[in-house]
Ligand binder design. Sequence first.
Ligand SMILES: [Zn+2]
Length: 314
Amino acid sequence: MNSYNFDTFVCHEMSVNGSGTIHGETVYYIDCPGQSSHTTNNSSKDCYVGLGSELDGIRWLYCKCFHNSCLSSRQSFIKEMNKKWAKGLPLSNDVKPRIKFTSFGSKLKGVVEANDLKKKATNYVPPSPYTGTPINENHIDDFKLFVSMWNEKDIIFIGERGQSWHNGAYFYEMNWEDIMNRFVPKFKDGKFPYYTIQTTLISKAGGRKEEHCGTRKFIVFEMDNETKENQWKYLFFIRDYFKINLRLIIDSGGKSLHGWFDYDENILTMKSIFKHFGYDTKLFEIQQPVRLPGGYRQEKQQYQRVLYNKINQT
Ligand SMILES: [Zn+2]
C-alpha cells in the first residue's frame, strides 16, 4: 500500500482544504463532518484525515478533529469512507487497485496545495492597498530603476520577443551612462523595444537561449485572470508567506501586474502549485521574455510602469 493511493482517494472522495504533515505522514484538512455540533470557533486546520496503522493488511483511514463534540459524526463519516477505501485497495498482490495511478495523483496534490494557498492569499491584507499609481512621474525613471537592479558589466537583454543580437536587439554590457545615452532617445520615437529577461547573459553573441543565460537573478510572477487588486494582494502574500524579496511590481500596460522577486530555486519546485494558483509559469523559464519596466506597449499604447520598488532593500 503506498501513500499515492491515499492522496488520490482522499482528493477524489472528500472536499479537501489543504494538506500537511503530521508525524512524517501526509494528512488532508477537510471541513469537519460534525462541524454543526462544534461549540467553539472553527479554523481551517481543525479536522483532518490521515492513514492509520495497519490492521488485517490494510492501513485504515482516521479522522481527527480539534473539537470533541463532533465525535459521533466523524465516526460514521470515516466508517463510510473506509468501506469505499477497502473496496479500492489491492487486498492481495493479484488484485489491481480500482483507481489507475498515474501522475494524476501528484497533479491533484498541486491543486489541493494551490487551493489552500489561494484561500490564505484571498484573506491576506497587503501592507498598502492597490491604487495603480506609478511611483515615478516619468516612465524614463522607471527604466532607470530597472537598469539599477543590475551590476556593472552585466549583460542584459533588451529587445523584441523574437530578436537576437544580430537583428537589432540590445545585449547590453552595463554601463550607466552609455545605456542611458543609447536608450533614452529611443523612448521619444515611440519604438522603444519592450522586452527583457530575468537573468544576465554570458556573452553578447549568444542570443536569448537557455544555454546563454548566466546566473539567474530574478523570477517574475504574472497572472492575467484576476483583478489587479487581487494580483497586488497575492504578490505581497507570496512575499510574506514564502519570505522572498519582492523587488518590483510593474503594471504590464495590459491585464496583469508583474512581480519581480529575487530568484529562489524553491519556487521552481512549487511550479505546479503556482500554476494551479493561476500564475503563468512559462515565465519561470529563465530565457522567457518579460515586459521591460518603463518600456512602451505599442498595441495598448501604454507604458509599463513601476508601481512598487524595493530594489535596494535587503
Ligand atoms: Zn469537528
